[in-house]
Write a protein that binds this ligand. Structure first.
Ligand SMILES: Nc1ncnc2c1ncn2[C@@H]1O[C@H](COP(=O)(O)OP(=O)(O)OP(=O)(O)O)[C@@H](O)[C@H]1O
Ligand SMILES: O=C(O)[C@H](O)[C@@H](O)[C@H](O)[C@H](O)CO
Length: 261
């Protein structure tokens, strides 16, 4: 995958402190669900993650796996990369805050870039809710503040975590371990399956054994900043009600505006 132009690097800093490695669910950490890596036939040096974003139950994992297979790229599921504390919180029916999501978003960006490096692929497809524009900016590798007005204490957590790591250049993004790539190294695109609350609710209610409670759908919808309406670059919206194969075709058609496939 290749992108013709670099996104602008933001000046502000933030993300949250990275939980220790052992805080992340060992059996969920990236790797076991990766598809076999095969490079795309592309003609430029840059590689690109493609993030499938949206509220719970919108079909991110289903579409992400299918799109990854279609593009012969590895797939990562953001749900597999949450710290255990986030899983426990969502299982109790409590929505995550910006401070809960910040280290997770940084971890996803890092896993995406390390997957590309290790598997030597032209990109990676990742399912991740990324409900707000600032979350997507973190996934783009930009330095942004995450602050959901939960009070000074959380803001402070986020601010401290965003302090530049020793040795990090002024234009480099935030990182749990101090080595996130510059945004231009790994340009990011977003595919959003978008549809109605009724369809989302019926999909979630028919899903058994998932940690996410259907009642939290409304908090997700209230939090969602619809990517196509947020003035962002690199956004493809697909119809939630279309079958997966059709969504893959829509996603590929949209991405072809920026990516040589
Ligand atoms: N295009 C589709 N048409 C009909 N059903 C679908 C489609 N895509 C996914 N589903 C179904 O909807 C449910 C949710 O899908 P999926 O788990 O992929 O969503 P998700 O956004 O990854 O959810 P979460 O973030 O909560 O894990 C599943 O039961 C899945 O089989
Ligand atoms: O941002 C969030 O609140 C969370 O990431 C959720 O969206 C879950 O990860 C997922 O969607 C549930 O399956």
């Amino acid at each position: 995958m290749a992108a013709p132009e670099d996104p602008e690097v933001t000046a502000d800093v933030s993300s949250a402190p990275a939980p220790a490695a052992e805080d992340f669910a060992k059996d969920r950490v990236a790797g076991e669900r990766l598809t076999d890596p095969v490079s795309l036939n592309v003609h430029a040096a840059e590689v690109s993650p493609c993030m499938i974003v949206g509220v719970s139950g919108s079909g991110k994992s289903t579409l992400g796996q299918a799109l990854a297979a279609s593009l012969s790229l590895p797939f990562l599921d953001g749900d597999d990369l949450h710290p255990l504390s986030n899983i426990e919180k969502m299982s109790r029916g409590e929505p995550l805050t910006d401070a809960d999501r910040a280290p997770w978003l940084v971890h996803i960006r890092e896993e995406g870039s390390s997957t590309v490096r290790e598997k030597q692929t032209a990109g990676v497809v990742v399912a991740c809710s990324a409900l707000k524009r600032r979350y997507r900016d973190v996934l783009r590798g930009e330095r942004v503040g995450l602050d959901d007005n939960k009070g000074q204490e959380e803001s402070e957590v986020v601010r401290r975590a965003g302090e530049t790591e020793p040795g990090a250049g002024g234009s480099e993004g935030p990182t749990a371990s101090g080595h996130l790539e510059r945004p231009s190294d790994l340009r990011t695109f977003f595919v959003h399956p978008h549809g109605t609350r009724d369809v989302l609710l019926s999909r979630m209610e028919s899903r058994k054994g998932h940690f996410f409670k259907a009642a939290m759908l409304d908090t997700q919808l209230a939090t969602l900043e619809v990517p196509a309406l947020s003035g962002e670059d690199g956004i493809v919206q697909v119809d939630l009600e279309h079958d997966t194969q059709r969504q893959v075709e829509e996603a590929r058609a949209g991405l072809s505006k920026w990516i040589i496939m």
